[in-house]
Design a binder for this molecule. Structure first.
Ligand code: GDP
Length: 195
């Protein structure tokens, strides 16, 4: 997939600010600091379009990017950061609900997790939450470069089992460092976007 253009459309704090263009989109979710911005930047071949968060859990907006004038990536705020206040947490929940319950043009989601570790309880809740909206969930197991080749199969099986992944959902090993997995990730995304 050749990315000719990628730009931020808006950092939306509420529904009123969502882009009006009736084009399909993919939402990207993940624990704070898991490597979500790095994933986005690698997919669109930009160094720093999605800002790697220096303060995890701080960005409480949905960031809409437009790719090739054809579809959106929607970067949803990271979760699982312990130091977030109860109030911030509630705000995050409301923001997620407002988006996922009502946005019709979201076709699929990408859940970014760390291939090195057992999915956290928050990761498991997020997978179930996304499935509850009947959305395909591509699980992106990132930081692939950090494990030995011989460990890959075992880690992937463990992730699939812990998340109790559904048959229809792809589990894609990925590295933002090396770009491994990028072609498979695009292929899966484009099939969900019907492009
Ligand atoms: P975010 O908070 O989820 O957006 O996470 P970032 O994209 O900012 O990544 C968090 C840290 O993990 C940064 O130091 C990245 O350089 C590093 N990182 C992200 N993806 C990878 C990867 O695939 N391989 C390696 N080795 N490091 C990664």
């Amino acid at each position: 997939m050749k990315v000719n253009s990628a730009d931020i459309v808006i950092s939306a704090a509420s529904k009123k600010q969502y882009p009006k263009a009736p084009i399909p989109e993919i939402a990207l979710a993940g624990r704070s600091n898991v490597g979500k911005s790095s994933f986005i930047n690698r997919m669109i071949q930009r160094k720093n379009l999605a800002r790697t968060s220096s303060k995890p859990g701080k960005t409480q907006t949905l960031n809409f990017y437009i790719i090739n004038d054809k579809f959106h990536f929607v970067d949803v705020p990271g979760y699982g950061y312990a130091k977030v206040s109860k109030k911030e947490r509630a705000k995050w929940g409301a923001m997620m609900e407002e988006y996922f319950a009502e946005r019709e043009q979201v076709k699929a989601t990408a859940l970014i997790i760390d291939i090195r570790h057992k999915p956290t309880e928050d990761d498991q809740l997020m997978y179930d939450y996304l499935k509850h909206f009947d959305l395909p969930v591509m699980v992106i197991a990132t930081k692939l470069d950090k494990i030995k080749k011989g460990q890959r199969k075992k880690q992937l099986k463990m992730i699939q089992d812990v998340l109790e992944m559904e048959e229809e959902d792809a589990l894609i090993p990925f590295s933002s460092e090396t770009g491994e997995g990028k072609d498979v990730a695009w292929k899966t995304m484009l099939s969900h976007l019907n492009l």
